[in-house]
Design a binder for this molecule. Sequence first.
Ligand code: KIV
Ligand code: ZN
Length: 595
Amino acid sequence: MSTFNSKQKLIIFDTTLRDGEQSPGVTLNTEEKIEIARQLSRLGVDIIEAGFPVASPGDFNAVQRIAREVGPLMEGRDGLQPMVICGLARSVEKDIQTAYEAIKDAPRHRIHVFLATSDIHLEHKLKITREQCKARIAEMVRFAKSLCDDIEFSPEDAGRSDPEFLCEALAVAIEAGATTLNIPDTVGYTTPQEYGALIKHLCQNTGGADKVVFSTHCHNDLGLATANTLAGISNGARQVEVTINGIGERAGNTSLEEVVMNVHTHPDAYPVYHTINTRLFYSTSRMVEDLSGMAVQANKAIVGRNAFLHESGIHQDGVLKNKQTYEIIRPEDVGVTTGNLALGKHSGRHAFKTKLEELGYGGAALSDAQFQAAFAKFKDLADSKKTGVTDGDMHALVADVRSSSMAGGSSQSVTPAPPATAAAAAAAEEAISNDEAAAARYTLKHMQVFTGVGVTPTATVTLHDAQQGIELVDVAIAKNGPIEATYSAIQRIVGIDIELLNFSISATSSGQDTLGKVSVRIARSGGADSPVGSGQEEDSAALASYGSVPKFSGVAANVDIIAASANAYLTAVNRLVSHDEANNRASHKQRNVEI
Ligand code: KIV
Ligand code: ZN
């Protein structure tokens, strides 16, 4: 952390769970969102945009639970206040009221209202004039202010809006009660010079600008999100809207870790300081990677797997003589451990816990049950691995136990159409939230795979079905290898046609006894092709499709890569099954309420 009295604090507004979740292919369930929110709180994030509550009852439920369960948390927040929980709303009364209901139980909460201001959006999307736009901003910000003190307003597509009209629109928002003005470069169009100049112009020419905080919100379509955000800071912005790993719509949002490490590394270059615990960056990045299913590219700044590796002999020689020859950031400052002292089969609970803490999984990062499960897996692995359990293995073990311990959870994005009455909505939420606490339905009891060159791969799988209390066995052959055979056998047992959307496998260390870490993402066959949109227009079809793609992920690690593949798949299948059951209960309860 860096603190300089002469400087102003940079407010970190994380939108991983809202704009980040709008990444193609990303669908987080409520339990996963809560887990990420807790981690962001520990990291020292100031404000979290927990979701878009009006989008679906599932979204509402996730934001409300984050407000209630994460909003009050203080772990890792020495010297900071509780994290502000924010909900997004279009400039529509129903959205704003719903956002407020979702966030109001957090000790500190904010409503984020947006309305487009560029001529292209006004003319073609909203079909309103500039005057009507200003009138709607005044009315909706005033309405939000009647519910909540802390109001953020965003003129969507500000990067392509007329700066003079922006000044007028923002002055209206301030007059109506906005306390933060966020300036989105929605389509990632501006250059750093343009974006910096825009922030400066708005700070200097908007009536009442001295009463509010200006914020950046940049998209990465031209690879300039971090540069644009830093230009914004240099020109007067004191809040930045960012996501972990830079995930988000299209090419993504500004990456939190990149902005913070720029400010950290160049304390004299920017007029701000930050209060983020940078040592949690690597573990936070891994968590978001695993839960979102969005792989971090190896050469990504700060958190990529290669970010601190030195391959060439000249560089290695330099680093051995003095790390500063080729390192501008100390790896340990962002939670990357390079010494990589492996734990062995004689390491006990204490050494295991200490190592977890060193890797960024200290405090309440793992529940007791998760810790016990991780330790048991560690012991098995340490027994079989002669070279010791590496840091990469440890990250994979954590991902595995977190993923499987949430296998009873459900994807929030496939909740049925918003219920007609408040009572029906409550019933649906209760059914879904009860379901999320449920244990995984299927566990792998036995698996035998026959494969080779010139033979037909065959898999025999036995699953325990906790609901029926019986073991189910089936066998499948496949043209395309042992994993296809295994997945087919599982599908036959659970009786669902499943599409495998993503499959990735990576080694967690070097050597032939490395763990294979498998991440999968699945959907019901034919169920994953609906478009995702987030229109400002009051078009219910566009809103209904917001985050509506039903996808489920699973992660597992094992020295046997077919076993890892089976377990990762089964975790995802359990989520799908659990989600379907919750939706059935929800619609059943809804019918009861309506009758
Ligand atoms: O990019 C954007 O314009 C947004 C707004 C909703 C703030 O995400
Ligand atoms: Zn955005």
